[in-house]
Ligand binder design. Structure first.
Ligand code: GLN
Ligand code: ZN
Length: 753
């Protein structure tokens, strides 16, 4: 067999931040005015060239382009089809600054909504589409990147978000008529995609990848028909590149035969998150002349692929399709760049890991093994070492009593007696700005120029300042500010047994923000208290209640790379048990309010309804293991971020927290309507201002939001808080915003009494 027109192996995308987070630094320098646009563009070009050369050196022969972005690929797609809302055009900024204004907001104009990219911790910007949005083909970026690749001797494959997924992930622009859906505009958008494709073909593009991951979630028959119609039209174009429609994060279901009924030359299926895709494909009968791009290497986790098993799976496909290309299950955007940057990891663990570079190597090995028939492939690592198991944790979990907490009304009464809070109590979500001084202290600790005692001293002085500031501002429930936490998951991961931390394993979360997810490889236990010292120190400085601050089990899993050798639920329960012990220690130390953050609760929700119930059951059970051990007069808070809580509302209720704070400002308090309908009847703190934007809200905006909220929630259950932690903001804006928040609460309290 000769190499196919597609190639033997590919990846659906690659990390864009650079091995050393070069993009983050360049972006932040540009935003701070330290470098100009030309310098920023130079960094972009270097990063792209670096990725392509790496992939080529590794032996990947079908190399993607346009997977780079200065902020987000959905935002890039919006720009590529001219979907820049008028409110940003009116700012009269240049192209690049308009782009960043959409991403980050400006003084006068809030950013586009930011939301989770399927079940990942990557966030995309939600395009705003109305009936009057004028779509125009702007192929500048993909065409320029393709040309750049050419200069380097590579014919790359531009990657674009497909038109159907683009619209399914967009939201209706403000002012659109009732019932309007962005998806209603699919025909118009397909016309413009046709123009984009024609222009790319003119530029010499041979293959284009159009990503349609939205079809791995439940879709209506009409949406599947529309997908078929869209690709039938695109396939019929006279002047176009070959089309590769990629899917990832699950099973395509009916969308698979729908795509195969169109003229597209290649279809990509995820065999890691969607093993059922194989049977579905087999059921489609022979598909001559088509390429199947088989996502065999997990793009969303960091474990080495069992190459022998993967080849066996791919061999089934070769019986169905003429041409099978090996790929990653999704873009490698979701894993760190290079395992070779982590020489410090335990050898037994390292032997089990693969990051983006290593995964690119795996697709190459698999592609060649498939072509050559003989699989000279390394054996998978054997059973995990015995010392990674903890029988005590397992037996404690097996014997755990059901929750001992009373009913909510009794708890609420006991808590009010203990805490004596006013109606509409004011609080924050936990973190205060992470200043340069804090980062320096952490760097000095790592470098060994500051000892543990000196570090603790600096953290204490920071906590003292944060407490004093909150007292000055007049907040009712205080926080210690989380100065000691680099990251809300990493911090716990570093202290728990069964977790490993990387030093350079950065993964993009959104824009310039990166996280370094820990790796959960073994049974989890807590050698000693993790937060009690900081919380009690903070509480010693004030008479007002200070919240103890923990990250919940689901979020810890969602933002870690988790072992795959046991069900997620088992790992979640082990983490929950460690948190339960921590909560007990906080309570014993006199902390009266404990917040267990679950901002990622929705993130892990399976895309298809069929799997959601089981997930929510274990997620809720784990949360209740973590929180169910405290007394009735200890108030349990939880915090959830980002929009679209509708489908998890019953689970939010089942968490049984006394107070739930939620993101609501970017999603315009829609959540309150849902809450009222669902009959949620405990404390609720809808975020009254958007902390993701540098813009300081007017007091009148906050009062407006509060009045709106008070219409849906009785005053004794309504809390007043920003919509998320403040760690990414600066002190001047935080002080101003919180002063307005407190003043707004006082104003609305007076109106209500
Ligand atoms: N307590 C955390 C903080 O304030 C919560 C962060 C989050 O919701 N992602 O930073
Ligand atoms: Zn949050």
């Amino acid at each position: 067999m000769t190499t196919t027109p597609f190639g033997l192996s590919t990846v659906l995308g690659y990390p864009r931040i650079g091995p050393d987070r070069e993009l983050k630094r360049a972006l932040e320098s540009y935003w701070a005015g330290r470098i100009d646009a030309a310098a920023l563009h130079r960094v972009g070009a270097q990063l792209r060239a670096g990725v392509w050369r790496d992939l080529r050196r590794t032996g990947v022969d079908a190399i993607p382009s346009n997977t780079f972005s200065f902020y987000d690929h959905m935002l890039d797609a919006a720009v590529a089809v001219g979907a820049v809302p008028d409110r940003f055009r009116r700012l009269g900024l240049g192209e690049l600054d308009t782009y960043f204004a959409m991403a980050r907001g400006t003084v006068g104009e809030p950013a586009l909504e930011l939301t989770k990219w399927f079940a990942t911790n990557y966030h995309y910007l939600v395009p705003e589409i109305g009936p009057d949005t004028v779509f125009v083909a702007r192929p500048g970026k993909p065409a320029a990147e393709f040309a750049e690749g050419r200069e380097l001797g590579m014919t790359t494959r531009p990657v674009l978000v497909g038109p159907a997924t683009f619209l399914l992930l967009s939201k209706a622009a403000a002012g659109a008529p009732e019932g309007f859906r962005p998806f209603d505009r699919l025909d118009d958008l397909v016309t413009v995609y046709g123009e984009l494709l024609a222009k790319l073909a003119d530029a010499g593009v041979v293959w284009v990848q159009l990503d349609e991951p939205a079809y791995t979630a439940d879709r209506t028959a009409a949406e599947v028909d529309a997908l078929r119609a869209a690709y039938t039209r695109l396939g019929a174009l006279q002047q176009r590149p070959r089309l590769f429609v990629a899917s990832y994060f699950g099973e395509l279901g009916d969308a698979l035969p729908a795509l195969l009924a169109t003229p597209v030359e290649a279809v990509g299926i995820d065999l890691v998150a969607g093993p059922g895709n194989v049977a579905r494909l087999a059921g489609c009968g022979p598909i001559p002349g088509r390429t199947i791009v088989a996502g065999l290497v997990d793009g969303h986790n960091i474990w080495r692929t069992d190459l022998r098993a993967a080849v066996a799976r791919a061999a089934v496909l070769t019986g169905i399709a003429d041409d099978v290309v090996v790929s990653t299950s999704c873009s490698l955007l979701h894993v760190p760049v290079d395992l070779d940057d982590e020489p410090g990891l335990d050898q037994q663990l390292r032997a089990r890991l693969a990051f983006a570079r290593q995964k690119a190597g795996e697709v190459v090995q698999l592609g060649r093994a498939l072509r050559d028939g003989v699989a000279v492939l390394p054996e998978p690592p054997g059973a995990p070492p015995a010392q990674w198991r903890d029988d005590e944790v397992r037996s404690r979990l097996a014997q755990l009593p059901a929750t001992s907490r009373g009913a909510y009304p009794d708890r609420a009464k006991a808590q009010q007696e203990r805490l004596g809070l006013p109606p509409l109590p004011t609080t924050t979500i936990g973190s205060f700005p992470q200043t340069g001084r804090l980062r320096q202290a952490r760097a000095a600790l790592r470098a060994g120029t500051l000892d543990a005692a000196g570090y603790a001293e600096r953290m204490r002085s920071e906590i003292a300042e944060v407490i004093a500031l909150q007292e000055r501002l007049g907040l009712d429930v205080l926080v210690h500010g989380e100065p000691e936490r680099n990251d809300m998951v990493q911090y716990f991961g570093e202290q728990l047994v069964g977790f490993a931390a990387t030093t350079r394993g950065w993964v993009q979360s959104y824009g310039s923000r990166c996280v370094r997810p820990p790796i959960i490889y073994g049974d989890v236990s807590r050698p000693e208290p993790m937060t009690v010292g900081w919380a009690t120190y903070a509480q010693s400085l004030t008479n007002r209640p200070v919240k103890g601050m923990l990250t919940g089990p689901v979020t810890i899993l969602a933002w870690s790379f988790v072992r795959t050798d046991q069900p997620l639920a088992d790992t979640a329960n082990q983490v929950a048990l460690a948190l339960r012990d921590e909560a007990a220690d906080l309570e014993a130390a006199g902390i009266g309010i404990i917040q267990v953050d679950e901002p990622a609760l929705r993130e892990l929700l399976p895309l298809r309804r069929a799997g959601q119930r089981a997930y929510l059951d274990w997620a809720v059970a784990a949360f209740r293991i973590a929180t169910g051990g405290v007394a009735d007069d200890t108030q349990i808070h939880t915090h959830l971020c980002y929009s679209e809580f509708g489908e998890v509302l019953p689970a939010i209720d089942a968490l049984d927290a006394d107070v739930t704070s939620i993101e609501a400002s970017r999603s315009k308090l829609e959540i309150l309507t849902d809450l009222r309908t669902a009959g949620y009847a405990r404390g609720i703190g809808p975020g009254v201002y958007d902390i993701h934007s540098p813009r300081v809200p007017q007091q009148s905006e906050i009062t407006g939001a509060l009045r709106h909220a008070a219409a849906a929630v009785p005053a004794d259950r309504l809390w007043v808080n920003p919509d998320c932690g403040l760690k990414t903001r600066g002190y001047p804006e935080v002080e101003e915003a919180l002063a307005r928040l407190v003043a707004a609460a006082v104003e609305v309290r007076a109106e209500l009494s």
